[in-house]
Design a protein around this ligand. Structure first.
Ligand code: NAD
Length: 369
């Protein structure tokens, strides 16, 4: 029996419980088939937690998240909680979780599945085989920098934020990008606006210093954020790993996501720093999509983004690359057989419910052995 892997599953709101239900079935399959010893503990987050406890994340749940080997989250939010005070809104629970776990590196893959190539608004020859990993700094930069606010100066009203990064904040996220590149094609593009921003000049210097000192085997290039946006739609195949700050990462990862054409297919991971004593890296895995209140409870949600988030967990938290490859392949095969949930449905394909899509993945996994 392998060492137990303690997973905290926070299904959240809307379609969260539906899509997480399918992930659970895949995990159970992995336990049966590979004796992989996933132990799932479930708890509340977001609106579901507010309804019971009056807060979107309890201290007990946060402590469980700290203690778990990885956290798997569905989605939070919905119109039911629109009038709740900002600090208790469902999204506040998710932000607190990310902040308290110090999940500074957000990994957003943009992967185009052959069978879904027509879902992209770009030409098939531009997006075929696309496999980009965007590493976004998640806990610093202009979204957190001080001072921020509004002011009246000499009778004129101002609004302002501060873009600020320390060397360790840049160094640690660049390290994640370089380490990922080692396992991929060995190429990193670092993105900032060094042409017009002092913090961009600093970002470039810190990344280059780390590269020269420890990662000279990786091919590093630098790109301005506006050019990167343009290049992503012009010729996305040129990229492998992109590392960038919080603000540019927010924009570029959404842009790259749309290359793939479907929100219901996009996984993500957020990672923290390795504990020097235990060697554990805090990690949370979640689909990119929200709680989709418009389709919640109808069995229409696509569970594949969540299943692919679990695949990222296998790969990055547990070094189970072979199992992750198998799961990714099972998803590819399901799509190649023309099976679709409503959000990715097209003419001539066969429409499935959330449950049936989870079942189809299990059938393919079984075939792959
Ligand atoms: P959304 O991602 O929930 O939905 C956008 C559209 O995509 C909807 O039409 C929805 O039906 C569809 N969609 C999303 N995921 C899908 C899936 N797996 N299968 C099929 N269709 C899917 O974004 P929104 O409508 O802007 O936000 C709804 C709620 O979710 C809001 O309360 C928002 O704050 C919250 N939200 C949460 C997260 C998160 O938990 N990480 C992220 C984004 C939005």
């Amino acid at each position: 029996m392998s060492t137990p892997k303690n997973i905290l599953m926070l299904a959240g709101d809307g379609i969260g419980p539906e899509v997480m239900g399918e992930v659970k079935r895949v995990m159970d399959w992995m336990n049966d088939k590979y004796d992989s010893s996933f132990v799932i503990e479930e708890d509340l987050v977001g609106g579901a937690c507010y309804d019971v406890h009056g807060v979107a994340l309890t201290d007990e749940t946060l402590a469980k998240a700290h203690g778990a080997d990885a956290v798997l989250l569905g989605a939070v939010g919905g119109p039911k909680w629109d009038d709740v005070a900002r600090e208790h809104r469902p999204e506040a629970g998710l932000l607190k979780l990310r902040k308290e776990m110090d999940l500074f590196a957000n990994l957003r893959p943009a992967l185009v599945f052959d069978a879904l190539i027509d879902a992209s608004t770009l030409k098939p020859e531009v997006v075929r085989g696309l496999d980009i990993m965007i590493v976004r700094e998640l806990t610093a930069g202009v979204y957190f920098g001080q001072p921020r606010g509004e002011d009246i100066r000499d009778g004129v009203a101002y609004g302002f934020d501060t873009q600020i990064y320390s060397e360790p904040e840049i160094d640690r996220v660049a390290r994640v990008a370089f380490d990922l590149a080692k396992k991929r094609t060995g190429k990193v593009v670092s993105v900032e606006k060094a042409n017009v921003m002092e913090s961009g000049v600093f970002w470039r210097r810190v990344v280059s210093k780390l590269h020269a000192a420890e990662y000279s085997d990786i091919e590093l290039s630098h790109m301005y954020a506006d050019n990167c946006c343009m290049q992503l739609v012009r010729w996305p195949g040129q990229f492998d790993v992109i590392v960038t700050d919080n603000l540019f990462g927010d924009i570029l990862s959404d842009c790259a996501a749309m290359l793939t054409g479907s929100l219901g297919m996009l996984p993500s991971a957020s990672l923290g720093s390795k504990d020097p004593v235990t060697g554990k890296i805090p990690a949370m895995y979640e689909p990119v999509h929200g709680s989709a209140p418009d389709i919640a409870g109808q069995g229409k949600a696509n569970p594949l983004a969540s299943i692919l988030s679990y695949s990222m967990m296998l790969r990055y938290s547990f070094d189970m690359g072979t199992a992750a490859d198998k799961l990714d392949q099972a998803v590819q095969n399901v799509l190649a057989h023309g099976l679709r949930t409503a959000d990715i449905m097209s003419k001539g394909m066969h429409e499935l419910s959330t449950r049936a899509m989870g079942e189809a993945v299990l059938v393919e996994l079984e075939k792959l052995g």
